[in-house]
Design a binder for this molecule. Structure first.
Ligand SMILES: O=C(O)c1ccccc1NCC(=O)[C@H](O)[C@H](O)COP(=O)(O)O
Length: 219
């Protein structure tokens, strides 16, 4: 079970969360987000992180130059495409930013939205399933209807996201058996987007570890 903690804005917190055992850290490169970090901040956030930590930049219909700049500044291992990027855009990015993994986020409004995954097969390495929200692209703290994932077998690696928090994580893991999870607002200080509560992060990592041990999953 891999754990991605997303929406970091403070270098000391990024280091602390890496030290707690998160596998991936996410940085929001979407200017409209309250968790937005510009390229220079990204450089500071990622400097000196352990080399085995996966660094993910989150974008939404961003111009290629912005993605290239962030990839370079942050030494990113992956880009998460959280907007309306078509499969061809994802394919093209393999040429533009070679060696950087692509994660396509799908914001689910109804069960039928899961069918969109098929279009991205072969265009991205991983899909991330998040909740749809009328006014926000991500970091909403809202869960989608987990019933939609009953019998779900997409045939490519996937990450469960959307409204996960220490209180509902174990239920989600038992019911949905995701390969990886992504959390943001559920591990934040109340009313402070981008400021993580390290106790909640530690709790989440302990739950994921405990679940993996019980399920004999290699962490
Ligand atoms: O977090 C944001 O502010 C954000 C803004 C614009 C696009 C994407 C964004 N976040 C993407 C993420 O990967 C979040 O971790 C994901 O939406 C889950 O958030 P939450 O429901 O708060 O755990």
């Amino acid at each position: 079970m891999r754990v991605k903690i997303c929406g970091l804005t403070d270098p000391a917190q990024a280091h602390a969360i890496a030290g707690l055992g998160a596998h991936a850290l996410g940085f929001i490169c979407v200017p409209a987000s309250p968790r937005y970090v510009a390229a220079e901040q990204l450089r500071a956030l990622t400097a000196g992180l352990p080399p085995f930590i996966f660094k993910v930049g989150v974008f939404a219909d961003a111009p290629l130059e912005a993605i290239e700049e962030a990839v370079q500044a942050g030494g990113l291992n992956a880009i998460q495409l959280h907007g309306e990027e078509e499969p061809q855009v994802c394919r093209d990015l393999a040429q533009s930013v070679p060696g950087v993994a692509r994660i396509k986020a799908l914001r689910l409004r109804e069960a039928a939205d899961l069918e969109r995954i098929e279009r991205y097969r072969g265009c991205v390495e991983t899909v991330l399933l998040d909740s749809w929200h009328p006014a926000q692209l991500g970091g909403t703290g809202v869960t989608f209807d987990w019933q939609w994932l009953m019998g779900f077998k997409p045939g490519l690696p996937w990450i469960l996201s959307g409204g996960l928090k220490p209180e509902n994580l174990l239920t989600a893991l038992h019911r949905l058996q995701p390969q990886a999870i992504d959390l943001s607002s559920g591990v934040e200080e109340a009313g402070q987007p981008g400021r993580k509560n390290l106790k909640k992060v530690a709790q989440v990592l302990a739950i994921a570890r405990q679940f993996s041990e019980q399920s004999h999953v290699v962490v």
